[in-house]
Every structure is written in C-alpha cells, then in structure tokens.
Design a protein around this ligand. Structure first.
Ligand code: NDP
Length: 282
C-alpha cells in the first residue's frame, strides 16, 4: 500500500505542477506533422486544425493526404498543405522541411510521428529490414530535426518526437521496431541536454505511448496480447499539449509511467509478466 500511495502522490504532484495549456497559442502556429495520412498523425492534424494552426502534413500516399488536408481546412486550419514523401529515401526528409519553410515562412512545431511497417514476429535475422526501418523511424527524424533547427531557434519552436513504451522497456516480437524507438529516446534525450546547456530556446518533447487503437497497431496485436487500447484522438491531443507546454516527457496512457518507473525494481517479476502476456506457442 505504501508503494501505491507514493506513486499516487507523485502522479498528483506531476499533474498539479504541469504548465497550463493555452489553445490560443496554437492559432496561426506553423506546424509540420509526419505520418499524417492515418492513425495518430491524422488525429494530430485534425486537432491542430481545430486550434487554427497552419499545417504541412506528409506521408507516402498523396491521395489520402489530400483528403486529410481538405478535412483540416473544413475544421478550421488557417492553411493545410501536403507533400508526399518516403522517409526511407535519403533526400525526402529534408525536402519536406524545405517545403514547409518555403510555404509557411518558418516553423513553430516539428512533430515527428511516422513509422514504417514492421512485422510483429520472432526475430529471424532480417538485418536488411532493420537497417531500412532505422532509416524510416530514426535517421529521417534526425535529418528533419537538424534541417529545421535554425528555423525553430528563430521562432522559440518545439521538436515533438512520438516514441513508445517499447523504446523504454523490452518486449518480444518487436526487436527492429523497439531498437528504432530506443535510438530516438537516446538521441533526442542527448539533444535535449545540449540545447538546454547552451540556453537554446527550442524545446524537446519525447512522447512515450502505450497501446493506441490505430488500425495498424490493432491489426498486429488483436489475437496476440490482451491489453486495453487507448483512443488515437486522445493520444494526439496529449501529444499536442505536451509540445505546446514545452514539457520534456509525455507518458500516455498513465500506466506507461508506472511501468517505466517500476520495471527495474523487480526484474524477474517484470520479465515473467512480459513473457506471459502473449499467446505464443514456440
Ligand atoms: P500508423 O501505422 O497508423 O501510421 C503510420 C504513418 O506513417 C502513416 O501515415 C503512414 O502513411 C506513414 N508512413 C509509413 N511508412 C512511411 C514512409 N516510408 N515514409 C513516410 N511515411 C510513412 O501508425 P500509428 O498512428 O499507430 O503510430 C504513430 C506513432 O505512434 C508512431 O511513431 C508509433 O511508433 C507511435 N506509437 C503507436 C502506438 C500504437 O499502439 N498505435 C504505440 C506506441 C507508439 P503512408 O502509408 O501513407 O506513408
């Protein structure tokens, strides 16, 4: 009981001391959202639109982006532009940032959210896939962040990185994906310190998400694991708030924080629970 009470006290203190979110601050804000054709990225675009932002969205499927952009305009976006790009290419990540800088005349938020598809399965030695996924889920993030940094410096801007509980803990069947998310946490955690130490006015937000009910995620885990999935629209709103209030970390939903804080206290129990959460017969 003492441990549970201590955790509750910490959670309440964190909630109380969190800066207030002023949605007016997003009116006219210049925002790039990646992976915005479906899932959490699409919901991010709709929320920014409702707040009256100027948005550039990107993903590979141009037709779908066009539909999302049209909906953004109908929801109240001041601008909603789209650019098709493949983040597995060497040059597309920078091309997207350049497009946004040209069309919006600067940048306030760079929200990096896209992921390439990756199988939910036992690791079978596919190093090529892992390298490819590293380009899509990790290297493209650092390429875009570096390209956007001078402009974010000028605007007191924010870098928002959508990561995962699987970047903070270990779990079976997701070795390539998990390594890309760990890389993001390591890289942007380091960049955060460097920016803070040189008194940069660019904020970094790292988002640790648990299971969210996007089609892509549910298709993978439906038969395999029994975990509650939280709504993508709510996850997206929380990501926007953490960026707008310039906080370093989001844990969504709440249980992700408990897992990250307690996983090293009782490693054998944690590993037992992880390994027995899946319907897996070798
Ligand atoms: P989705 O699979 O629904 O969406 C992925 C997006 O990335 C799509 O818009 C897709 O569009 C785009 N994309 C895929 N490949 C490429 C590529 N090569 N180049 C450019 N864009 C690409 O993902 P979710 O919404 O479920 O996840 C969003 C974020 O949230 C990710 O960072 C994920 O790791 C994180 N997260 C999600 C969880 C969940 O349970 N859903 C849990 C924890 C973290 P297109 O096909 O048109 O290119």
């Amino acid at each position: 009981t003492k441990i549970i009470m201590a955790i509750c006290v910490v959670l309440i203190a964190v909630k109380w001391t969190a800066p207030r979110f002023d949605e007016e601050s997003l009116r006219g804000a210049r925002v790039v959202v990646t992976g915005a054709s479906t899932g959490i990225g699409e919901q991010l675009a709709y929320h920014y639109a409702r707040f009256g932002a100027q948005i550039v969205i990107t993903a590979r499927r141009e037709k779908v982006l066009q539909q999302v952009a049209e909906k953004c305009l109908s929801l109240g976006a001041q601008k909603a532009l789209y650019i098709a790009a493949d983040m597995s290419s060497e040059s597309d990540p920078e091309k997207v940032v350049d497009f946004a800088l040209e069309k919006l005349g600067g940048l306030d938020y760079l929200v990096l959210n896209h992921i390439g598809p990756s199988p939910f399965t036992v690791w079978q030695g596919d190093v090529e896939h892992t390298k490819w996924l590293m380009q899509v889920n990790f290297f493209s993030y650092i390429q875009m962040a570096w390209r956007a940094l001078p402009s974010l410096e000028q605007s007191n801007g924010s870098l928002v990185i959508v990561s995962s509980l699987l970047g903070k803990t270990t779990s079976p069947f997701v070795a390539p994906y998990s390594s890309t998310k760990s890389a993001l946490n390591g890289f942007f955690g380091s960049l955060y310190h460097e920016l803070a130490m040189k008194k940069s006015n660019v904020s970094v937000s790292l988002c640790t998400l648990g299971l969210i009910d996007t089609e892509a995620a549910m298709d993978k885990v439906r038969e395999v694991v029994n975990l509650p999935a939280y709504p993508a629209t709510d996850a997206a709103l929380n990501i926007i708030i953490i960026g707008a209030t310039r906080q370093l970390e989001l844990y969504y939903p709440w249980y992700t924080y408990i897992i990250v804080v307690t996983k090293d206290w009782f490693p054998s129990i944690t590993n037992y629970i992880v390994q027995n959460s899946y319907n897996y017969i070798p």
